[in-house]
Structure formats: structure tokens, C-alpha cells
Design a binder for this molecule. Structure first.
Ligand code: HSE
Length: 309
């Protein structure tokens, strides 16, 4: 294959207490990344279009898709290069894995034009390298689900071990993106370096229960376990009206609500067998509107990882 186009999903990270560990692929929105095999070594970014394209560098070493594709070529020892085109369906600085989606798309598309493709876990690592370039830290909780789909758990970073499973079919997700920008690099600087023992107990309890809920198909338990006393409180100042938005989602029938990644997206989960997500979306939208902020929203569910289109 000389040229491929992949669709790479937005992803939720943290899911409350699973900081840098839990991830969930969404059905939408998504980025589209094309890779074309070229005889010269290295990566060229041929074009970037779509949401927020103007703010994204076309320097292949600093661009998420470019850096991920480069990591794939190097790991595979490729003698050829790739030319990349990116179409952004996910706004940068959103908290739903915009850079991670492009990174996963770059890694997967570049991999598909290789003579000897890498394994998907290797692609996650290559995409995580790109996350390091753009956010300053090596975290794979967005690129993991963007590559593998479903719900992912990173058991350890050294050595790297990731697991994935299909979440319950009735897991509904409402994403609300207020008209605010939060930069992950900055949002990691505000985090505490130490955690109180009581908070650790709370986080472990909730993280474990969330996984149980996923395994049992219990959306209410999943939602109830999307609680966090360490990361979200530290980021509250970067995400105005967060608590109010989460409370509005819960009042409208959500099973749980949390801050998507480093923000500003607010995420609510609900049981699709029990209610429609539109009421939750409307309730959260109203909160931001009352504070003079516009917002975009998606009423969706979990989805698959990077796929050829
Ligand atoms: N786990 C990361 C964070 C995800 O919260 O900083 C960033 O998108």
C-alpha cells in the first residue's frame, strides 16, 4: 500500500481517578490522517486543515502526527519516508485528546505503508513519544485508546503494559466543550507532587470500582466511580464553572461527570437504556451560557481505535 487514510478518534483520559492510566475511545469527534509513502527518508507534513489548523505547526518534529510517524519509521528501521496530511475534527486544547488523536493517526497511517508493520502496542508507544513532544510528558492514556479503541488501562509505564476491553454497550457519553482553551503542558504544572494517604485510598477505591463496573456492564457503578480528589481540584482554577457543570449533568440524570483530561471539556456518562443524553447536554450547555460562554457538544458513546477509511 502506498497511500492510506485513517480515522482516529477523540479520547477521554483520567475518567476521574485514573490519572495517566484510564482511557476511553469515543465514536466522535475524530481526526483524519493520510500517509503517503515517499522514497526519501523522514516525514513531510503536506497539509493541515480543519478545526484549529492555524494553531498547529507543520514542523514534522513538533507536529503530533509527524513526530509519531517519525517514531514508527525509526522503530521499524524503514528505508523510506511518509508525507502526511491532517484534517482536524477535534479542536486543539480541548481535553478530549486532540493531539493524541493526531499522534495515533500519524502512527497508524505510517505503519500501514510499511513493508513490515509494527504491533499495535508498539504504535501506542510511538504515539506517546509524540505526546511527550507536544505536552512535555510521556503519557499514553489518550493515544492508548485512540490506537486500540474501547476502554484501556495502563498497568505500568516501565516496562509498558496496556490492556483494553469493550465497555458496556449502553454506556452513553456527553461531551461539552466550553469556549475556553487549556494547554496540557500548563495544566500538568499545577498538579501536586505528593498525595495524602486518605486521598490515595479514595482514588484506588474509585479506580478499582470503575474497572469492576466496566467488567460487570454496570454503567451506574462506572459513573459513581468517576470521582477524583487529587487532579481535578488542582485544575479547577484553569476550568471555571466545572463543579457547576458537573452538578448540572448529575441533576439531568448522568451516572457520573468529570473533567476530560486537562480540560476544558466536561464529560458526563449515562445509561443509554434509561435516558437520552440530549437533556444532559442541554443542562450543561445552559451553565456555560449563563456565564456568557458558548459551548459545543457531542452526545455519543465509546468507539473503536484508528481505522482505515
Ligand atoms: N492524563 C493526562 C493529563 C491527559 O490529565 O494531563 C492529558 O490529555
Amino acid at each position: 500500500m502506498d497511500k492510506v487514510t485513517v480515522r482516529s478518534p477523540a479520547t477521554l483520559s483520567n475518567l476521574g481517578s485514573g490519572f495517566d492510566v484510564f482511557g476511553l475511545a469515543l465514536r466522535e469527534p475524530y481526526d483524519v490522517v493520510e500517509a503517503k509513502r515517499i522514497p526519501e527518508r523522514g516525514v513531510i507534513i503536506e497539509g493541515i486543515e480543519g478545526w484549529g489548523a492555524d494553531s498547529i505547526t507543520s514542523d514534522p518534529a513538533k507536529n503530533s502526527a509527524g513526530a509519531a510517524a517519525q517514531a514508527v519509521l525509526e522503530r521499524a528501521g524503514s528505508e523510506h519516508g511518509v508525507a502526511i496530511r491532517i484534517k482536524k475534527g477535534i479542536r486543539p486544547c480541548s481535553g478530549i485528546g486532540s493531539s493524541g488523536s493526531s499522534a495515533a493517526g500519524g502512527a497508524c497511517a505510517a505503519n500501514m505503508v510499511l513493508d513490515k508493520p509494527l504491533r499495535s502496542e508498539e504504535l501506542v508507544l510511538c504515539a506517546a513519544k509524540a505526546e511527550q513532544v507536544t505536552s512535555g510528558s510521556f503519557h499514553a492514556d489518550n493515544v492508548g485508546p485512540a490506537v486500540l479503541g474501547g476502554f484501556t488501562v495502563i498497568r505500568a509505564y516501565e516496562p509498558f503494559e496496556i490492556h483494553r476491553m469493550d465497555p458496556p454497550a449502553n454506556l452513553g457519553v456527553v461531551v461539552t466543550m466550553p469556549d475556553l482553551m487549556v494547554n496540557t503542558r500548563e495544566a500538568r504544572k499545577v498538579l501536586p507532587s505528593k498525595v495524602d494517604l486518605k486521598d490515595m485510598i479514595f482514588e484506588v477505591g474509585n479506580a478499582s470500582s470503575l474497572v469492576l463496573g466496566m467488567c460487570r456492564g454496570d454503567v451506574e457503578l462506572v459513573g459513581r466511580s468517576m470521582a477524583d480528589r487529587v487532579i481535578e481540584p488542582a485544575r479547577a482554577k484553569l476550568n471555571p464553572h466545572l463543579k457547576e457543570a458537573e452538578a448540572a449533568a448529575m441533576d439531568a440524570g448522568a451516572a457520573g461527570a468529570f473533567l476530560g483530561g486537562s480540560g476544558p471539556c466536561v464529560i458526563a456518562v449515562y445509561d443509554r437504556k434509561r435516558i437520552e443524553g440530549e437533556g444532559i447536554a442541554e443542562a450543561v450547555r445552559k451553565v456555560y451560557e449563563e456565564h456568557g460562554l458558548k459551548s459545543d457538544n457531542w452526545v455519543t458513546t465509546w468507539g473503536e481505535g484508528c481505522r482505515r477509511v
